[in-house]
Design a binder for this molecule. Structure first.
Ligand code: FAD
Length: 533
């Protein structure tokens, strides 16, 4: 054991956190609450100019709003997330926690989709999943077999081709953004982690949301809490290298090097100081287009997250293999879009078509879309200060290299206007096309690494949160190894933060329990019923 932190020593310990996403912000919060560190001894280095990483939300009614994504949570699976949010006061009503605010919101805006899948402009009956017996056996087999047995297999290696045409797959794949070529191990983990969602996958009734976009509902209150405690936010600071020294207890970081405004800087890391590193980022290299321009493809190589992990992994064989994740942009990219509507026609038509008021429905997926396009109408307003006569919605497509059904272009080459034209075609809203297009501002967003965390992997491709033989460094975020938990979730990043803080500081506290649906008999039987329905 390298460090045995006493409370008095914790007050002197400094912590350097690489990355300003939820993984780092959560680490800082736990360092203060459970580790006893002084906020003023914590520095967060963020390459960008705002904090929050993937949990973004920006724009205005005039220039258009942008969210790269919208998050779905569940009460069962998000134990770390709700633990964190239970001690962060809401911005709008500081007497409440962010957790209370989310619960109140979801008690008011009940999620129950009446239109999950659409084919040929009509709602699909999703009361059955569409399995045959082989699919059922394959699902049970995937859940039963060990991760070692699955190895680097892809989902398409463990299911027959017709499985990918079932209602289940269309709903499952678009809820979680799975592609057939993604990791079978991750699919197995998801089946276990979200088994409780099986009976309600067709209504998304288990999904919980934040009152506003997650930048305003989660990041800003958390940032305020940290700032009030003196945490230092070093924005526009890209960490380029960590220098290690070797001692009897193992290796530890002795220097953090970073670049700001073209100037190289370094910080000496003291013997009892700590370093937390967010490795990789699913939103690295993302780029925006406009109503008239497509989003330009970028390779993300210039981004701090992948570059730093690459540099570290080259020198330390126990720090994982980033190329497994960032080396397949064609298989990890997709495109999302945010549309700002100054006329209510589209929302009115959608509410009538789906049978859901905005905020109560969730993802609507067009199964015959060449892009496998989905859209969500969140509860309005989705931004603080959004005017009453402006509406905002979000959508995405999984197959961005395909030509559209209505716009004969690859999705990745489409402007915001063309994305809307394709959507209106699938909805058969052509009569209202001119009005809707004239009053909308749709902004495409290309994300080259958005599903990089789902690429097939084997043991050793992801480093442990606290690698054996290291003294003062932990890896956090989506690309470290956490047994049983699932990536592409806020939960995973926050779990990594809890694990990192508790292990580096030897905090006598347990990481929030990981909910295991298979241990709940009620869930187990209702899932079986859905499987055989
Ligand atoms: C479209 C979309 C939909 C999603 N849907 C859901 C959902 O429904 N439910 C859910 O739970 N989750 C969802 N997620 C996932 C969730 O948002 C992420 O898992 C989570 O936000 C990742 O946080 P992070 O802090 O680990 O990493 P990131 O958010 O990637 O943040 C990392 C930050 O660190 C910075 N950084 C990295 N390296 C360096 C360096 N060397 N120097 C300086 N700065 C650096 C980066 O600039 C970045 O700001 C979604 C994400 C997206 C994009």
């Amino acid at each position: 054991m390298a460090h045995a932190f006493e409370p008095a020593q914790s007050r002197r310990t400094k912590a350097y956190l690489v990355g300003g996403g939820i993984a780092s912000l959560a680490s800082a919060a736990y360092l203060i609450r459970d580790g006893g560190l002084a906020g003023s001894n914590i520095s967060i280095f963020e390459a960008g100019s705002v904090l929050g990483g993937s949990l973004d939300g920006a724009g205005s009614p005039d220039h258009g709003y942008v969210i790269r994504g919208g998050r779905m949570f569940t009460y069962e699976a998000y134990t770390c997330t709700f633990d964190l949010l239970s001690f962060i006061p809401s911005l709008l009503d500081p007497a409440k926690s962010v957790k209370d605010e989310i619960i109140e919101f979801n008690d008011k805006v009940i999620s129950h989709s009446r239109s999950r899948l659409v084919r040929s402009g009509e709602k699909v009956d999703v009361s059955i999943m569409g399995f045959d017996n082989r699919d059922r056996l394959d699902l049970i087999g995937t859940m039963a077999v060990s991760e070692e047995m699955l190895g680097a297999k892809r989902i398409q290696d463990v299911f027959q081709p017709s499985f990918f045409k079932t209602n289940f797959w269309f709903m499952w794949a678009t809820t979680f953004a799975f592609q057939p070529w993604h990791s079978a191990v991750e699919m197995k983990r998801y089946l276990h982690r979200f088994l409780q969602e099986f009976p309600r996958l067709n209504t998304l009734a288990g999904v919980r949301r934040t009152p506003y976009n997650q930048y305003e509902s989660i990041i800003l209150p958390l940032q305020k809490w940290l700032k009030e405690r003196g945490v230092r936010f070093e924005t526009r600071a890209r960490v380029t290298e960590l220098d290690f020294k070797y001692g009897p207890d193992g290796k530890g970081v002795e220097q953090v090097r970073y670049v700001r405004d073209g100037t190289q800087n370094q910080i000496a890391v003291g013997d009892h100081d700590l370093v937390f590193v967010t490795i990789g980022s699913m939103t690295a290299g993302s780029s925006l287009g406009s109503m008239s321009q497509p989003a330009k493809a970028q390779d993300g190589a210039q981004d701090g997250s992948w570059a730093l992990w690459g540099t570290l992994a080259k020198k330390h064989s126990d720090f994982g293999r980033p190329s497994v994740f960032d080396g397949n942009v064609d298989k990890s990219k997709w495109l999302s879009f945010t549309a700002t509507m100054r006329d209510p026609t589209f929302f009115n038509l959608m509410e009538k078509f789906t049978g859901n008021a905005a905020g109560t429905g969730g993802l609507v997926t067009f199964v015959d879309s060449n892009w496998l396009m989905s859209v969500v109408l969140p509860y309005q307003p989705h931004f603080v200060g959004q005017p009453d006569d402006v509406n905002v919605f979000w959508g995405y497509g999984l197959f961005v290299d395909q030509e559209g059904n209505y716009v004969k272009k690859r999705m990745s080459d489409c402007s915001g206007e063309e994305l809307l034209i394709e959507l209106l075609g699938h909805l058969r809203f052509d009569k209202h096309k001119a009005l809707i297009l004239k009053s909308s501002n749709c902004i495409p967003c290309m994300m080259p690494f958005i599903t990089s965390q789902f690429m097939p992997r084997v043991k050793g491709d992801r480093p442990h949160v606290k690698p054996a033989g290291t003294t003062n460094v932990a890896f956090i975020g989506q690309y470290c190894e956490i047994p049983d938990d699932v990536v592409f979730t806020v939960e995973y990043s926050i779990r990594s933060a809890q694990m990192a803080v508790y292990s580096l500081l030897n905090v006598d506290k347990k990481v929030s329990p990981l909910y295991k649906a298979r241990h709940d008999l009620g869930v187990y039987f209702s899932s079986l019923k859905t499987l055989f329905h």
